[in-house]
Design a protein around this ligand. Structure first.
Ligand SMILES: C[S@@+](CC[C@H](N)C(=O)[O-])C[C@H]1O[C@@H](n2cnc3c(N)ncnc32)[C@H](O)[C@@H]1O
Ligand SMILES: [Zn+2]
Length: 386
């Protein structure tokens, strides 16, 4: 049972999910599908029954799906501060015949998570899906997670994370964003870096198993391992991305305390701009992607095609260099017509470089080629397309 959104929209352009007395966003079905697949993949890796918490559950669309669709779920605790949401979530658990597995609570998410932070009360998986930034819940979620537990975070505050409001990003995520053409990747890296740093404070190491960007949000899935050494290991993935706005050159710098303030571009000597500290490590785990792909095949999801394509792309880009090149953007700067991405990738291959597509942007590719070589291959592709 969900709110009838049309009843709360005052005009055609009204974004009704936030206008309804209880939040429900049908567009997030894709996000919830991925959450179901990731939770099942995780359950399969640990091979026992798991407990799950959704501390910001609204009417329970996600938590109920976990209980109904994921095998090996022992219990789901769903919670929302909105009393109406709580009532509907409870009703949805009954409607779907999973009330025996689901406990519904009506309190502040941090308060709830803190009640579950004692050793034998902790969850195997926690899915934090709030309005805007998940940051205010991360600390409590980490503390309520068992060793090797799975944490999922949604961030919809793309304006700070993509560098429109850099101060807000630094404040919330502890890293500087940058308005580059690959800002969505930087957004995922800022969120992952924030999680890894917060977990490290609790002497826990972070391993990102899956992440993606769609519509108006980024989402990460990470397993957390207890231990100071694990935390130190994870922090080795932190660092900075340096970007040249003159020639599109980008590079990364490992380590948290190594940035020279006046770095110059190695290609054109212009001043480099800095993003970070952020996560420079892998943004997904190929084996975890395989498990998710198995699950897509086993199920009848409405958006199976779109999901399958996205996971395949994500798997391909796991080891590819940081910072993709957006072909439209390059063509704009070079005053060129836009060739197909495939054609540019082919040219890069012929010129001796690797090129990989990315799920972040259908008009972009990642390459180990320096920006000057990407531009050369692009010009060749344009010439041949004429
Ligand atoms: C984006 S919605 C959740 C959507 C849901 N996870 C889904 O997949 O459909 C965010 C929810 O967080 C709830 N919320 C906001 N602040 C909260 C808090 N401090 N504690 C608990 N719930 C809160 C809101 O009432 C809202 O229902
Ligand atoms: Zn440069």
């Amino acid at each position: 049972m969900v709110p009838r959104l049309k009843a709360f929209a005052k005009s055609c352009s009204d974004y009704a999910p936030s206008k309804a007395p209880v939040f429900y966003n049908p567009v997030m079905e894709f996000n919830r599908d991925i959450a179901v697949l990731a939770l099942q993949a995780y359950q399969k890796t640990i091979e026992r029954e798991i407990s799950v918490c959704e501390p910001l559950a609204s009417c329970g669309a996600r938590g109920v799906r976990f209980a109904v669709e994921v095998q090996g779920i022992r219990k789901v605790v769903m919670n929302d501060i909105n009393e109406k949401a709580f009532v509907i979530a409870k009703h949805n658990a009954e409607l779907n015949n999973v009330e025996a597995k689901i406990t519904v609570k009506n309190e502040d998410a941090n308060l709830l998570l803190n009640k579950y932070s004692a050793p034998r009360r902790r969850f195997d998986a926690i899915d934090v899906d709030p309005f805007g930034s998940p940051v205010r819940y991360v600390d409590s979620a980490i503390r309520a997670l068992r060793d090797h537990g799975l944490i999922a975070l949604t961030a919809t505050d793309m304006a700070p994370l993509c560098g429109v409001h850099p101060k807000a990003c630094i404040r919330k995520y502890g890293g500087k964003p940058l308005r580059t053409e690959y800002c969505h990747e930087l957004a995922v890296r800022l969120l992952a870096g924030c999680l890894a740093t917060m977990a490290a404070k609790h002497e826990m190491g972070t391993h990102i198993v899956f992440s993606h960007n769609a519509e108006h949000y980024v989402r990460i899935y990470a397993t957390i391992e207890y231990g100071a050494k694990k935390a130190d290991e994870a922090l080795k993935n932190m660092g900075y991305v340096l970007h040249c706005f003159e020639c599109f050159h980008r590079e990364s710098l490992n380590g948290l305390h190594t940035v020279e303030r006046s770095g110059k571009c190695s290609e054109c000597e212009s001043k480099l701009s800095i993003a970070g500290p952020l996560w420079l490590g892998k943004l997904s785990d190929a084996r975890f992607c395989d498990l998710m792909e198995d699950e897509v095949r086993r199920r009848k999801l409405r958006q199976a095609d779109r999901i399958g394509k996205m996971i395949a792309l994500i798997k391909e880009e796991v080891d590819a260099p940081i910072g993709y090149y957006v072909i439209d953007k390059l063509c704009d700067a070079l005053n060129l017509p836009v060739p197909s991405v495939k054609k540019v990738a082919e040219k890069l291959g012929k010129n001796g470089f690797a090129a990989t597509l990315t799920h972040f942007n259908s008009k972009a590719l990642r390459s180990n080629a320096p920006s000057s070589e990407v531009q050369r291959s692009l010009k060749e592709a344009v010439r041949e397309s004429k």
